[in-house]
Design a protein around this ligand. Structure first.
Ligand SMILES: CC(C)(COP(=O)(O)OP(=O)(O)OC[C@H]1O[C@@H](n2cnc3c(N)ncnc32)[C@H](O)[C@@H]1OP(=O)(O)O)[C@@H](O)C(=O)NCCC(=O)NCCS
Length: 325
């Protein structure tokens, strides 16, 4: 069965607080805190990009696994904020890390559920052929969204998380993953300009359309709670486990109110639900692997623990994964 051989995470140093945002757009710490639970987030320095964040998280995960770049057999990067339009961030990461000429690919556009989908793809690859697969979730959202749209800009931050997966041994077993998609809800969270339907033009760039994240906040909220809780229950049922068997639930960190609502729906005690959204905001596909690394590194996970990950994202996608430590 697929194993996690090492965990990694990285956040840039620069802290952006709610007070900082309140000096740039018409918002307040009180509004952001009460609606989202976010107090601060990290933003990449001007000379940092997606590849730098990916590299840092990957180095930590490879070190934790006791592996060198030469040992990696495949690389997957889940991101909606790639290093460049083409090629994929994963090819650039292969070169940056000094890996062999192993296959690499990005899983892009899946928003915040992208990294759990990526480990699902990776475990299928490993089942087919025993390999060591580096799976990174990375987002540098501060560079791609509007700094003028108060409804979205205050929600996000930059981060990267990574694991190395392999065919056995390691620190935890990836027991199961369930994911799903409702493409009819693609419009509730979308950035349209830049694709073939709405290519970049001088006018669209001048209007800032390339940074316009269209978000139906309350619909996203509702779907997030519904889908993260139901996919977690489906996963538990398939594993013949119940809520009390979960030592730690690591949900996608988009909003503390969403996390609380999922916890209530599942009937899980607050102390068994991981939260770091107050310190990092929503870091897209990085929230789950980064949170997993923080929990592991911070000693919140013990041998024998069942850890459940769950996420939702633009698509509309949802996914849950179970790790047995
Ligand atoms: C976005 C979100 C925080 C808004 O919270 P909410 O409780 O629905 O907000 P409310 O309906 O109470 O308030 C909306 C009002 O606040 C205003 N507002 C929006 N952002 C604001 C900000 N940063 N500061 C102050 N006011 C703001 C809006 O303009 C609106 O004003 P209006 O009523 O005069 O039109 C919430 O819907 C949410 O988190 N949704 C999920 C989003 C998400 O997770 N996205 C990422 C998915 S991966």
């Amino acid at each position: 069965m697929t194993a996690v051989l090492g965990f990694g995470g990285y956040v840039p140093e620069r802290v952006m607080t709610n007070e900082d945002w309140s000096r740039l757009v018409d918002t307040t710490d009180e509004w952001i805190t009460s609606r989202t639970g976010i107090k601060e987030r990290r933003f990449a320095a001007e000379d940092e990009s997606t590849l730098d964040l990916s590299e840092q998280a990957a180095l930590v995960a490879m070190k934790d696994a006791g592996l060198n770049p030469d040992d990696i057999d495949e690389i997957v990067v889940a991101t909606d904020t790639p290093e460049v339009y083409t090629p994929d961030t994963a090819s650039l990461l292969q070169d940056r890390l000094g890996c062999r000429n192993v296959p690499t690919y990005d899983l892009g556009g899946s928003g915040c559920a992208g990294w759990i989908q990526a480990i699902d793809v990776a475990r299928a690859r490993i089942a087919f052929e025993p390999k060591k697969v580096l799976v990174v979730g990375v987002e540098l959202i501060s560079r791609l969204i509007s700094w003028e749209d108060r409804a979205t800009c205050v929600l996000f931050g930059d981060a990267a998380g990574a694991v190395v997966l392999g065919p056995g041994g390691g620190k935890a077993t990836l027991v199961d993953v369930i994911s799903g998609t409702d493409g009819s809800k693609a419009d509730i969270l979308t950035l349209q300009t830049g694709g073939t339907r709405h290519p970049f033009t001088v006018d669209s760039a001048a209007a800032g359309d390339h940074q316009r994240l269209d978000m139906k906040g309350s619909e996203v909220f509702r779907e997030a709670v519904r889908r993260m809780s139901s996919v977690t229950l489906d996963l538990l049922e398939r594993l013949d486990k119940d809520i009390d068997d979960i030592a730690l639930l690591i949900p996608h960190q988009a909003n503390k109110r969403i996390i609380d609502a999922v916890g209530q729906k599942l009937g899980i005690a607050d102390e068994r639900v991981f939260v770091n959204v107050d310190r990092y905001g929503n870091t897209g596909s990085a929230t789950v692997p980064f949170g997993l690394w923080e929990a592991y590194e911070g000693g919140r996970i013990q041998p024998g623990d069942l850890v459940v990950l769950t996420a939702f994202g633009a698509g509309f996608h949802w996914a849950s994964a179970a790790l047995q430590f």
